[in-house]
Design a binder for this molecule. Structure first.
Ligand SMILES: Cc1cc2nc3c(=O)[nH]c(=O)nc-3n(C[C@H](O)[C@H](O)[C@H](O)COP(=O)(O)OP(=O)(O)OC[C@H]3O[C@@H](n4cnc5c(N)ncnc54)[C@H](O)[C@@H]3O)c2cc1C
Length: 611
């Protein structure tokens, strides 16, 4: 059995993983990255618009923190939000020192542009290819430092001890399928494992996310006993191309792009959706406005609205948004210099994820998470545009430092089932999750194995057997299951949600879980077997879809990105709390934990959120 051993193992090599690995290396750790994609093919490369940091006179971290808390609809935790706002400037300046080619003003200063929900133009960018440059800049640092990258290794399970209480468990490594050789191998981490596996947009069938975004990290952590947090909060971006889901950056509206309905009206103002900020209101507000227009018969072809940037002029478009021209031409056949672009909301980002504190720690010792797969919680119920990239570098760095043993301030955000709210009424849920119909493959060692190496070896052996079985037996193809799951989620767990639809989605998810019991891989080959990988990913999508839907059904209010037809108000008295879901041996346990609104210098008081 092949067993690689390093101090710190980082799973995932997007923005969060790269920054975590560099940070662990800065602490002197022997760090390795394990990733299913080559680092520069990670989905961070698709980020277009920019990265928020309070860099200029007139702006400061407190304003950034306030905007983020307001954007979160008061469901973010103040210690995490303030950490993000405080550390972002230094991290962005460091990127610039590492050679990131930020766009600049004539006087040489790094440019910043307005973004939705920001009270100051604090979005720093590199054209409309910010993520691409961010990945390449940090990958250069990884190469320069000689950090080992195991790419084309698919991590399928964590190696975690089997104590009853998840808070007593320890993570000693991961199990990976070597895509090139077909071997199932172990990675033992003597100091810590950092999950940085990105988003899970493939739960839906209209998404800006890549096919690789299948929620592997959250699903693995969840099954190992880490609670997932606020999973019902999924961001639907208002400007995606209707036929493919490809993103048209908020940078277009930041530069002055305008939204029109079928009657040529600038509906954001005309119908009072956001009388001050208009197109630059927060994403949840704009996405709902667009769909309301469509539902009221003012959509174009009953499906979308128009985003017009022609008035910005060729020079500005080519200077700051050239990439948008190519995307609209290649994926929708529209030249946006000459005509408006059709756009509609599409799944874009998951605010929820693996529960962590502001140092990236989960409740399992030695297991960390950072980036989109994690929930610290910085974004609460709605993420502001430009706030994911700073999260990658700020919280990625903190997770990497902590995993490598740096002595850091104790985190203020509590984690694990012991952080459960004491409010008994909050434990009630209108749904009975029921049995999930899977076996007990929750943790890796199947017994009280104390030796860390043996925990990893045992996990490898279990995964090897599972993969062999998938390859050898006959059964259902995962693709049909995945398609039904994605359709049900897009139809019922989208921007507008109601009880009937959510219950219907849950039924389909449960059926998918049943059908998955007979899943088999059609391609018997041992190398480069994408059918096998997609089959394993589909199981993760089922787990993630179930937590999103359960959380959405239970939350009987309208907050941020979570709109409920039957519950049209934000209910702070009852619902100012995080939704937590624990795997609980295969029968999801839903509970809540309090939101922390107490910041360093002030208490954030929930207010009506208007733009
Ligand atoms: C089109 C688009 C545009 C965006 N624009 C912006 C923007 O302008 N500003 C902003 O702030 N945010 C933006 N976002 C959001 C932001 O880009 C993402 O949230 C962020 O890049 C995610 O980074 P990550 O490091 O968490 O994950 P990723 O970059 O997706 O990396 C995930 C990594 O995990 C690896 N991985 C996953 N599963 C496994 C597994 N099982 N085994 C091994 N490896 C695995 C992958 O190989 C990959 O290396 C945008 C998002 C999209 C989709």
């Amino acid at each position: 059995m092949t067993l690689h051993e390093h101090d710190v193992i980082v799973v995932g090599a997007g923005g969060a993983g790269l920054r975590a690995a560099i940070a662990a290396h800065e602490e002197g750790a022997d760090v390795a990255m394990v990733t299913k994609l080559h680092p520069v093919r990670s989905h961070t490369g698709a980020a277009e618009g920019g990265i928020n940091a309070a860099l200029r006179d007139g702006d400061d971290w407190e304003l950034h923190a306030y905007d983020t808390m307001k954007g979160s609809d008061y469901l973010g935790d103040a210690p995490a939000i303030e950490t993000l706002a405080q550390d972002a400037p230094e991290e962005v300046i460091q990127l610039e020192h590492w050679g990131m080619p930020f766009s600049r003003e004539d006087d040489g200063r790094v440019s910043q542009r307005p973004f939705g929900g920001l009270s100051f133009p604090r979005t720093t960018y590199a054209g409309a290819e910010t993520g691409h440059h961010l990945l390449h800049t940090m990958y250069e640092q990884v190469v320069k430092r000689g950090i080992q990258v195991y790419d084309e290794f698919y991590v399928s399970e964590l190696a975690v001890t089997d104590h009853d209480d998840p808070e007593d468990r320890e993570c000693h490594g991961v199990v990976a399928y070597d895509i090139k050789s077909g071997e199932v191998v172990g990675f033992r981490a003597t100091d810590g494992v950092v999950l940085a596996t990105g988003g899970d947009g493939q739960v839906f069938d209209h998404t800006t996310n890549a096919v690789a975004n299948t929620g592997d990290g959250p699903a693995m952590a969840y099954r190992a006993g880490v609670p997932v947090e606020d999973m019902e909060f999924v961001q639907f971006h208002p400007t995606t191309l209707p036929s493919t889901g490809v993103l048209i950056s908020e940078g277009v509206r930041g530069e002055g792009g305008i939204l029109y309905n079928d009657e040529g009206e600038r509906f954001m103002f005309e119908y009072g959706y956001a009388s001050n900020a208009g197109e630059l209101a927060s994403r949840d507000v704009v996405a709902r406005a667009e769909l309301t227009e469509v539902n009221n018969g003012r959509g174009i072809n009953d499906e979308y609205v128009h985003l017009d940037m022609r008035h910005l002029g060729d020079e500005r478009i080519y200077d700051r948004l050239e990439n948008i021209i190519h995307l609209a031409e290649d994926f929708e056949g529209v030249n946006p210099v000459e005509e408006p672009m059709p756009v509609k909301p599409g799944q874009h980002y998951h605010m929820g994820g693996i529960e962590t504190n502001e140092n990236g720690q989960t409740c399992i010792d030695g297991l960390y998470a950072a980036g989109e797969c994690a929930c610290a919680s910085v974004h609460g119920s709605n993420r502001l545009g430009g706030n994911a990239l700073p999260e990658l570098i700020v919280l990625g760095a903190r997770a990497g430092h902590h995993a490598a043993g740096k002595d850091m301030e104790t985190a203020q955000v509590p984690t694990g089932p012991s952080a459960k709210s004491e409010d008994e009424t909050s434990l009630e849920t209108p749904v009975s999750p029921g049995e999930v119909g899977v076996d007990d493959d929750v943790v890796a060692d199947g017994g009280a194995i104390a030796d860390p190496k043996a925990v990893v070896e045992n996990a490898v052996e279990r995964e090897r057997q599972r993969i062999e079985e998938l390859l050898e037996r006959d059964g259902t193809n995962h693709a049909e299951i995945r398609e039904d799951l994605q359709k049900a989620m897009t139809e019922n767990v989208n921007v507008f949600r109601n009880e009937e639809g959510l219950k219907k989605a849950l039924e389909v998810i449960r059926e998918c879980r049943e059908r998955y019991q007979d899943v088999a891989v059609a391609d018997p080959s041992r190398t480069f077997n994408t059918d096998l990988i997609h089959t394993i990913e589909t199981r993760n999508l089922i787990d993630i879809a179930e937590t999103i839907t359960l959380g959405a059904l239970a939350r009987e209010e309208f907050r941020g990105a979570h709109w409920r037809q039957e519950h049209q108000e934000r209910k702070d008295d009852e619902w100012l709390k995080h939704t937590m879901i624990s795997w609980n041996g295969g029968s999801p346990d839903l509970y809540y934990k309090p939101v922390i609104l107490e910041g360093e210098n002030k208490e954030y008081e929930p207010k009506v959120r208007s733009y």
